[in-house]
Design a protein around this ligand. Sequence first.
Ligand SMILES: Cc1cc2nc3c(=O)[nH]c(=O)nc-3n(C[C@H](O)[C@H](O)[C@H](O)COP(=O)(O)OP(=O)(O)OC[C@H]3O[C@@H](n4cnc5c(N)ncnc54)[C@H](O)[C@@H]3O)c2cc1C
Length: 413
Amino acid sequence: MPAGLAPGPRVGPSSGAAPVTMGADVIVVGAGAFGCNAAWHLRRRGLEVLVVEAVDRPATQATGAAAGFVAQFSSVHHSEWGEVEWGMQRYGIGFYADLAGRCGRDIGFCPCGIAYIYQSREGWERAQVAIEAARALETQLEALTAGRASEVVPEIRFERTAGTVFDPTAIRLRAGDAIAALAAEVALQGVRFEYGAAVEALLGAGEGRIRGVQTSRGDFVSSRVLLATGAWTRPLLARVGVQLAAEPVVVARYTTRPLAGIRRQMPMLMFSDSEHRFWIRAERGGLLIGGADPKPLPDDRRVDAALPPFVHQLPGDHAIRMRENVRKVEDILPALKEADIDEIKAGMPCYTDDRLFAASAVADVEGLYVLAACNEAGITHGPALGRHMAELITDGETELDGSRYDLARLSRG
Ligand SMILES: Cc1cc2nc3c(=O)[nH]c(=O)nc-3n(C[C@H](O)[C@H](O)[C@H](O)COP(=O)(O)OP(=O)(O)OC[C@H]3O[C@@H](n4cnc5c(N)ncnc54)[C@H](O)[C@@H]3O)c2cc1C
């Protein structure tokens, strides 16, 4: 086990550590994108917040592996996301732009825009409905001409594509660095972080009223607990008899060494009608590359949802396959010819059938809340979901229609 990862976010028996009885208005469990965004918004509403995190620092798990695409994905990238998510995506873009401006750290922020590339005429024609729907939401999708493509994305050979649309409002960031910066900011604002404290039990859940959490470093008390524990939310809820129908799946991506001809401002690229739906962006002079496997899901991407491993225990096979698969589009992006693997990172986003999040109170356990089921989009939607949870926890009134993300829909047998 790498230094700093003990004791780990496993749900296991108590280590018998000396009890601590630190209290807070609300305990947020997990210091990933969801937990830190929730902590920021809760603090802004004046609450005393304690973040309890199993490992020794923030943003190490799915958040540390994320590719950092933040864009108005509604309808153009995912048909399941509509107007509600569109507003959340817009909030996320603004939130991270502000964070980049004020945090004084390099979080890899770049307002580079995003280009959706279609390789086949059929794919391009089929996409028109989704493109029009996105435009109806006011996403600024510009269909590129050859002349504009040579200005906006000179890295690609436009003549090898069937069509490309460009959204200039999208941003990219290094998600792990951005969320670590957010954690540092909320710590300065008075949010307390208890690292190396793996939650093992939810105190009071059996009696229907949360009293706090039992961790590997003792107990922490609060009448409100928010679980923002990524892939580990499902086993934690299972312990109190609550089902969460969200499947953790291994997603790996890789970065290359610096490559000739890749500009820092290169828009993020989505190969939207490729069977692999490659997503590629500039990173430190090279590229960051990921994509999908055709179905069925290979075994190396499956994990035991009841006992999810740490990210450092995840295999990188998915990224190794992508290195080979991405050769299929090197006629469009010639830099891919040299795009060998320098570093692989993997995480476990959790997917729901409806591709929507779990962001609600837990019925039957007063004071227990959940923010999970990220559907591989928790960086983008994290700020708005964090705001939503802060509203729900402080006064119960939320701007978003909470029923859309109610855990109950994922808890039916
Ligand atoms: C390869 C890859 C690419 C991605 N690209 C993008 C992208 O471009 N854009 C985007 O929006 N999203 C992207 N995502 C998705 C994004 O990473 C996730 O949606 C987001 O990080 C989820 O954050 P989280 O806080 O829920 O989970 P995590 O980051 O996993 O955080 C959960 C935290 O809870 C802690 N924890 C767990 N159990 C316990 C316990 N018992 N006690 C205490 N602490 C505990 C863990 O240690 C961890 O720190 C990508 C994901 C991957 C893997």
